[in-house]
Design a protein around this ligand. Structure first.
Ligand code: RP5
Length: 204
């Protein structure tokens, strides 16, 4: 591990975050974190791993993953968000219920774009989190994605697009990702005739 990487790991530990890259987690991670992926509770982790895995495997983006609860420990959230590594360019924040985390972070960090992911949870199944995030008053914008899994993946793609503004290599990876999506449609058309032939008839 290089000296720069050692310093980064030390600062990540200090900020109670964990580095994640395509190479691994924690000490095994490589590179500077360019995206913070944060969430209100580790119960959000299964959803947010979709964002983390998209960032690291599709785009090769190293991220810092951190739990921040504005309902349970607001003071620590302020400390964490104030002391993020300089290399962070975008923040993805997920929460469920009365989801204040992304909006609070948008206020704390006037210099960084914040992407909100509403978690599908509880009696309102994410509608509460969606409205809490999207109805930010003027001045502290949150770019809100869809509720749940599609939102987590789109948050990662959107973050990659923002990072790619200053990184031509990343632009190429975004194009490759888009081509893979197109190939899915072509494959579906390829197997469509057989699927129609095999489809159970509703006529006797
Ligand atoms: C939110 O409350 C968290 O982001 C999570 O979505 C939700 C429930 O948290 P747990 O009770 O599972 O810790 O703040």
């Amino acid at each position: 591990m290089s000296d720069v990487e050692k310093a980064l790991h030390a600062s990540a530990v200090h900020a109670h975050g964990v580095l994640v890259s395509a190479e691994g987690v924690g000490e095994a991670a490589r590179g500077e974190p360019r995206v913070l992926v944060t969430m209100g509770s580790d119960s959000d982790l299964p959803l947010m791993m979709k964002a983390v895995d998209t960032l690291r495997y599709e785009f090769g983006i190293t991220c810092l993953v951190q739990i921040n609860s504005v309902h349970r420990d607001l003071r620590t959230v302020v400390e964490h968000i104030d002391s993020l590594p300089e290399s962070i360019q975008v923040i993805i924040a997920c929460a469920g219920g009365a989801a204040h985390l992304p909006g609070n972070i948008a206020d704390l960090r006037a210099d960084l774009p914040v992407i909100g992911v509403p978690r599908d949870l509880g009696a309102l199944n994410g509608i509460d989190a969606l409205l809490s995030m999207v109805q930010m008053p003027e001045g502290a914008p949150v770019a809100v994605m869809a509720i749940g899994s599609a939102g987590a993946i789109n948050a990662a793609i959107h973050a990659a697009k923002e990072v790619a503004i200053g990184d031509p290599t990343l632009k190429t990876r975004l194009q490759v990702y888009a081509e893979k999506r197109k190939a899915r449609v072509a494959n579906q058309n390829h197997s469509l005739e057989q699927k129609l032939l095999d489809y159970p008839s509703s006529h006797s």
